[in-house]
Design a binder for this molecule. Sequence first.
Ligand code: SF4
Ligand code: SF4
Length: 343
Amino acid sequence: MQCLKALKAAKRFLSYQTHKTGRSVILEISAICNAQCAYCQTGFNNRNGSGCKENPFISVELFTRIVQYLKAQRFLTAGTLLNLYSWGEPLLHPEFATLVHVATQEHCLLGLSTNANYLPKLPNNFDASHIAVVYISMPGFSQASYDKIHRFDFEHIKANIQRLVQDFRSHGFFGIFDIRFHVYRFNQAEIAPAQAFAQSLGIAFHPYYAYINDGARVARYFQGTLDAAYRQQAADDLFMDYYDPYFKPSTTCPMLNRTYLDVQGRCALCCMNGTTVGSIFDHTLSSLTKARDQHPACQACRQSGLASVMNTCINYDFTLNDTSTKGLRYFYQCLKTCFLSHQ
Ligand code: SF4
Ligand code: SF4
């Protein structure tokens, strides 16, 4: 059974490579997150008690209708990825396994990102073979770093990451686990131990400079109008100057290749600007691209230089050119957890 799943997953990934469109869909299934990251729009709201007020989870019925519509309108093809997160924690969805099942029935290739604090209960027949990538975001590799950013118990997170890797692989996950290590000024000495941890699990590891992942605030950062306390905190913690050279006007925005949907099925301009341009059911691929491209907020964003910065910050693809997923250790760990420990 596992061998059959492995074979089908390999064919699916190959088909993705062959038919790759350069487009993807971001469908938020949970509008909430349990972390309190100071530089994230969701985490910042959590710190200030002003989080999501409406129903935070997409219903299974709406999710099913949206996925079928996305396929019918060719937003989703064999060469596009359906990501089940934007700035919410997808594993919090009480019917997470059902949503994955629905997407699997519809032959979608899935992407996830998690902070690994909460793991859903998976039924015995859970099939993870359509999940191509799971990003695990880490704000450091010590309790002190977790106290500063996510505000989680670090040992609990490490144990959960080990369990997540084991559980998903034993349920037929043959994709890429990738630790996205957010580099802050205070955690540079933690990169090496975090990388060793990733290697011990046979999973990919990518450090990158943390940034202000909140469109309105990042705009104020570049305009010099951030409130003084927040600006000082950002200067103490972040390497925002790394992104300074990218602040230059552009005529296009690669984010237009990603379709952003919230838990109600509304289309947002992007993950950095939640302005909505109608329901997905009112759009075709070309009408939505046009509505976003011509939106005054998008035009201003490109002209100001913000679009270039934001695209530099959010630049990832699950087909990583990454040697850590090709070494012997990776194959050994993958074989061990996919096959040898499978019950
Ligand atoms: S950065 Fe990720 S983990 Fe942190 S609050 Fe935002 S969505 Fe949650
Ligand atoms: S132009 Fe700006 S607001 Fe529009 S999609 Fe790109 S980054 Fe988002």
